[in-house]
Write a protein that binds this ligand. Structure first.
Ligand code: MRU
Length: 385
């Protein structure tokens, strides 16, 4: 995707040795564009845990490259495997909900296991990290193509029966929560990929962007992406979606996923469940951009089995942004003494999900639906964490 007309990915490996990873440090967007260099395992851990990078596919890729940063200095180390197992545990611990991270780390450990010496292991780790990253880009591109057909069909139906809906009546109004855009991935995005595809093909789209408290990924990141791409959008307070749906002002909801069970339950950013309830009550289609790297084939019950990350309460109590002089400021919203709770994700049961948009096509949010698209997973029981 482009920023100021220049194409960027969210993470890239700078060729040369010792290895350097470059990332867009998302803590400063939309006000400042900062590229950060990661050189050590500790740098990668910090970047993931403190959300310099975030979003399920991106933290998968960052963890894979984090394993490479951990491996590189160990070329002549006799305890290579033991130290890499410790690195794997540390990286998996940074953010527990998105299964992409655990999968990526497991893939790296698997690639190492096939090699007989440290040098070969390090080369295999880099190759696997590159592979995970490229595959993620391709999966997002394909999600865009499949999801595009959905938007196109709604557009054709809407054209055939023009509505009296007040907010751009001719446009397809799509609501999204959090940032499941290219900033959350390597490129394209999951939930946003169909939107970009539709916009690029001339379908009039307008996006309702949930601000997504407490970290405001919608207001700061999704709005930034859409603005850079020229997609019409409006930022709304988190509690607005239900009202818009009741008044026919949302044609479609598309959000991302951090972990989807093999039965179609979906963990995504806190607040997603409430949007799904409102969509269900108002018969608004509710879709998930779901690359297979976000599907945990080893679990069936999202509420019982998906670990929900709890983050520092200060993220709820404090908010940051630009003041009128253009300075970045953090301000306290609550009484100093008031405690706050910060659950980062919630689970939307499959029954509220209209469909999953995967890289292989769109399916029902059910075990049957997923098995039709991914028959090789019928007996598969591995869980990422
Ligand atoms: O806490 P974050 O910002 O990492 O949460 C991101 C989300 O919830 C996204 O919707 C999800 O990772 C899907 S990303 C394509």
């Amino acid at each position: 995707m482009n920023i100021n007309g220049i194409h960027y990915r969210t993470i890239w490996h700078k060729p040369g040795e010792p290895p350097i990873l470059q990332i867009i440090d998302q803590r400063y967007l939309p006000h400042r564009f900062v590229i950060e260099e990661l050189k050590t395992l500790e740098d990668a851990e910090t970047a993931i845990r403190d959300m310099h990078v975030r979003g399920a596919p991106l933290i998968g890729s960052a963890a894979a490259y984090g394993m490479y940063l951990a491996a590189f200095p160990l070329e002549h180390d006799r305890d290579f495997d033991e130290k890499m197992n410790i690195a794997a545990k540390r990286l998996k611990f940074t953010r527990p909900t998105a299964v992409n991270l655990a999968y990526a780390v497991e893939q790296i450990l698997g690639s190492m296991a096939k090699c007989s010496n440290n040098k070969a292991k390090i080369a295999a780790i880099l190759q696997t990290a590159n592979g995970i990253t490229e595959e993620s880009v391709e999966h997002c591109r394909l999600i865009g193509q499949h999801g595009f057909k959905l938007i196109e069909a709604i557009f054709q139906k809407k054209q055939a029966s023009p509505s009296i809906v007040p907010h751009p009546p001719s446009a397809i109004n799509i609501l999204t929560h959090c940032n499941a855009g290219w900033l959350a991935c390597i490129d394209h995005g999951t939930a946003t990929a169909p939107i970009y595809a539709a916009y690029d093909q001339g379908i009039p789209v307008h996006v309702w962007v949930d601000e997504t408290r407490p970290r405001n990924q919608g207001a700061s990141l999704t709005a930034f992406e859409l603005k850079e791409h020229g997609v019409p959008h409006t930022v709304i307070a988190d509690n607005t979606g239900g009202h818009l749906m009741q008044h026919g002002m949302v044609d479609l909801v598309i959000v991302g996923t951090d972990r989807t069970t093999r039965t179609g339950d979906v963990a995504n950013k806190i607040g997603t469940y409430l949007k799904a309830l409102a969509a269900y009550d108002n018969k608004v289609p509710f879709y998930i951009g779901a690359p297979s790297s976000s599907i945990d084939w080893g679990i069936r019950d999202g509420l019982k089995e998906i670990p929900i990350e709890e983050r520092n309460a200060d993220e709820v109590k404090w908010i940051s942004g630009l003041d009128k002089e253009g300075q970045m400021r953090e301000v306290l919203l609550t009484p100093t003494e008031s405690p706050a709770a910060n659950y980062a994700f919630d689970v939307t049961p499959a029954r509220l999900v209209t469909g999953l948009i995967t890289e292989r096509g769109i399916c029902a949010a059910s075990e049957g639906g997923l098995m039709e698209l991914f028959p090789e997973k019928i007996g598969f029981n591995f869980t990422g964490s």
